[in-house]
Design a protein around this ligand. Structure first.
Ligand code: NDP
Length: 463
């Protein structure tokens, strides 16, 4: 058996890479990890964590407004963007440090360097201009925003990365995209007082979610004051002499704003990584191709997380890391399970979902029951806020299996997490029905919708 410097070398210090490095090191393996930027990766540094902090920041104006109905007088308020940025930076600095310390505390070695593949067992640590060898190499380099290079003037636009560190809060913004990032940022900027327009090429935002929630979220966002333009695409971006930006959209209309944010998907970080040199195969988007155990075509090289473009979510990368450790080091081959993943869009109102949408269920099952409730949550009664909540269960009428659970409203993400357990466990509508409600909560609707609202037969909604 050849004598390698390490049992495992991980390239990329994001959620997936750090988890694999830390757990492998804790098993007593000789582990090194290299990160060229900051430990924590997209999620901690320029994704989930700062995004959620921004969501909280953007919700305060509604809280202040709602307080009056509960008897509070709120003095004049003001918002300071640099304070939010500084506090956010302090928190992600703390978390980034914890990520690195976690690996080192478990006995791993953490490099601050770009690392590239040389061959099946060799990695170059670029900052030290030396190579090391490892029995296993794990590539977890993540992804980055699609730059939309085909759009004339795209260089004037910002992406989610820049949105987290703008020197000043813009007065107006136009956001392109209808996915997670575009919708979340549209709500964040609107909540912080920015004049916000969302431009989406399709028929309705959030294509991969249940249609009723998509429509309702669209309505609620529009009622708050976010302008949403569907069937609209940028044709060109121009910088004007006053420094503002002009987006020319299909049909010739011009949308002018201080900033234009492109959120049209993310692409894998695979350039100049030595993949070709090492003989690792990639797909059409540049993603690393792996088998169901996250192994590439080169036996000693593995890949997990966004760089493989399977499911671009932090918990999925972490799960893939844990499966990799089982497979590579514990003699327990384990395939990541990508089925029935609960997820949330931190829009306002929030959207939480798990399982099949009504349309997907209708395509796959002949007899579908839909249970749906739309109501004003209790917290909005005294506040006078008109926003309504939507809960929806999609059930296979033949087996009684709950196929999908969809919530739009306060804390929908928290509910989706718990509903995820029920759906993963394969619970039936009867299990939901015999579960006692927690009263008074909004979530109790999930166990008190006793009669189907309507049926979907062979994919067609019945009146
Ligand atoms: P998404 O895949 O969610 O959405 C991309 C959007 O861009 C879609 O609406 C798509 O339209 C549109 N689009 C794609 N190409 C073009 C184009 N050429 N011109 C105009 N519009 C285009 O990607 P995001 O960038 O929003 O997010 C990336 C990933 O990050 C997500 O897939 C998600 O997994 C993850 N993420 C998760 C979050 C969470 O868990 N809360 C939060 C943020 C990100 P169409 O629908 O027509 O294809």
């Amino acid at each position: 058996m050849p004598n390698y410097d390490y049992d495992l070398f991980v390239i990329g210090g994001g959620s997936g890479g750090v988890r694999a490095a830390r757990v492998s090191a804790a098993l007593g393996k000789r582990v090194a990890i290299a990160e060229e930027y900051r430990y924590g990766g997209t999620c901690v540094i320029r994704g989930c964590v700062p995004k959620k902090l921004f969501v909280y920041a953007s919700q305060f104006p509604e809280h202040f407004a709602d307080a009056a109905g509960y008897g509070w007088t709120v003095p004049e308020t003001s918002f300071d963007w640099p304070t939010l940025i500084a506090n956010k930076d302090r928190e992600i600095g703390r978390l980034s440090g914890l990520y690195q310390k976690g690996v080192e505390g478990a006995g791993g070695e953490a490099f601050h360097s770009r690392a590239t593949l040389v061959d099946a067992h060799t990695v170059r640590i670029e900052s030290e201009n030396r190579t090391v060898t490892a029995e296993h190499i794990l590539v977890a380099t993540g992804g980055r925003p699609n730059p939309h290079a085909a759009l004339p003037g795209h260089e004037h636009c910002i992406f989610s990365n820049e949105a987290f560190d703008l020197p000043e809060l813009p007065k107006s913004i136009v956001i392109a995209g209808g996915g997670y990032i575009a919708v979340e940022f549209a709500n964040i900027f609107h909540g912080l007082g920015v004049d916000t327009t969302l431009v989406y090429r399709g028929k309705e935002i959030l294509q991969r979610f249940d249609i009723d929630l998509r429509h309702r979220l669209h309505e609620e966002m529009a009622a708050k004051g976010v302008r949403i333009r569907c069937h609209t695409m940028f044709e060109e971006i121009e910088k004007r002499s006053d420094g503002r930006l002009a987006a020319i959209v299909n049909g010739g209309e011009v949308l002018v704003a201080d900033q234009i944010l492109l959120a049209i998907g993310r692409i894998p970080n695979t350039e100049n990584l030595g993949l070709e040199t090492a003989g690792v195969k990639t797909g059409v988007k540049g993603e690393i191709l792996v088998d169901s155990y996250s192994r590439t075509n080169v036996e000693s090289i593995w890949a997990i997380g966004d760089v493989t473009d399977r499911v671009q979510l932090t918990p999925v990368a972490i799960h893939e890391a844990m499966c990799f450790v089982e497979t590579a080091f514990k003699d327990n081959p384990t395939e990541p399970d990508h089925d029935c993943i609960a997820t949330a869009v931190f829009s306002q109102p929030e959207l939480g979902t798990v399982g099949l949408s009504e349309d997907e269920a209708g395509r796959r099952f002949a007899n579908v029951e839909v249970y749906s409730a739309s109501f004003r949550p209790m917290r909005h009664t005294l506040s006078g806020r008109q926003e309504r909540m939507l809960t929806k269960l999609v059930v296979d009428a033949d087996s009684r299996l709950v196929l999908g659970a969809h919530i739009l409203g306060p804390d929908a993400g928290e509910m989706a997490q718990l509903l995820g357990i029920a759906l993963k466990a394969g619970l039936t509508k009867d299990d939901f029905d015999r579960t006692m409600a927690v009263h008074p909560t909004a979530a109790e609707e999930i166990v008190t919708m006793y009669k189907p609202t309507y049926l979907v037969k062979d994919g067609v909604r019945q009146a």
